[in-house]
Design a protein around this ligand. Structure first.
Ligand SMILES: [Zn+2]
Length: 309
């Protein structure tokens, strides 16, 4: 979903709450597999819970799940944002790890894509997911399987039955399309379409960006979900404000370049409101900073601008 996507270039810090070494390694490998596609997001394991946006548990009685995209920022630091409830070292388990990380990257379930045109045998679906290993109450089955996503929140217009974000369904749960009446078994792992779409959301970032100069506003011609990146090299040390203008839903993230690596400095996420993102931060003369702005949705004019002052 567009509104849940991270700003490209975000450094996601993950932390293991517990879990055997082999299970933790399977999760690390799954992060590495997503990263190896060439996406602009960065995944860094940390040893301290307080530094982690992504907190990973292995409660074997809680199934496998993850919050979606930037929703993880709203979860109290005392709680996990992702859980694995079964062995991740099998083929199925490896796909599970990729799937739950896919949620953390902002991907919804493919079978809830309204363009899939799936007609469910609803009583059988409720019955199936109420059993082992899920033990889901009805509302959870509804929200994870039966509920259709809003078409405006879905990218693309087709359905990818082999997506890593698709479930495996046994025979009898799907009435239409008829070819899946005997069950739906995705190939497992990342599909060609998964790889194509994640690179559209999080393309490889360019090494250099246009320079943002204080008190000069720059119009942003962005489509919803689009992103612009700027470099900042202050000529004086002081407090600055960085913000966007126009009726729009924007996210602004500011990084400092330290020894060739970007370090997260400040962020403002005004998701769900039509207020513009703004950050206030002290910047130091001649240091290098990178500002990234992502547009959720634009108002009627479709016009936004960014300025540093
Ligand atoms: Zn899922």
């Amino acid at each position: 979903m567009l509104s849940s996507k991270w700003v490209n270039g975000t450094i996601l810090h993950y932390w293991f709450l517990d879990g055997p070494a082999a299970q933790q390694q399977a999760v690390r490998d799954a992060f590495a597999e997503w990263k190896a596609l060439g996406i602009g997001l960065v995944f860094t394991e940390v040893q301290d819970r307080s530094e982690a946006e992504v907190r990973i548990g292995f409660d074997q009685a809680d199934g496998s799940w993850s919050y979606v995209g930037r929703d993880v920022l709203g979860i109290p630091a005392t709680q996990p944002t992702m859980n694995f409830g079964w062995d991740l070292t099998t083929d199925y388990g490896r796909t599970t790890a990729l799937h739950e990380i896919g949620h953390t990257l902002g991907l919804p379930h493919e079978h809830q894509n309204p363009f899939a045109g799936i007609v469910w045998d609803e009583p059988k679906v409720y019955d199936y997911f109420s059993g082992s290993p899920n033990f889901w109450p009805r509302e959870q089955t509804f929200s994870n399987v039966l509920r259709k996503l809003d078409p405006t929140e879905v990218e693309g217009s087709t359905w990818d039955p082999n997506s890593v974000m698709e479930y495996w369904f046994p025979a009898g749960l799907i009435i239409q399309p008829a070819q899946y009446h005997s069950g739906l078994e995705p190939a497992g792992g990342l599909s060609a379409t998964d790889k194509e779409w994640i690179l559209r959301f999080y393309p490889k970032l360019k090494a250099t960006n246009p320079l943002l100069t204080p008190f000069v506003s720059v119009p942003l011609s962005l489509a919803p979900g689009g992103q612009a990146n700027f470099s900042i090299v202050p000529s004086e040390t002081r407090r600055y404000e960085l913000g966007t203008f126009g009726f729009a839903d924007t996210v602004v993230v500011l990084f400092e370049e330290v020894k060739g690596k970007l370090r997260h400095l400040a962020a403002n996420d005004n998701s769900g409101t039509d207020r513009n993102a703004k950050v206030q931060v002290k910047l130091f003369k001649d240091r290098k900073y990178v500002a990234r702005v992502r547009l959720g949705w634009a108002g009627a004019s479709g016009q936004t601008a960014i300025m540093l002052w």
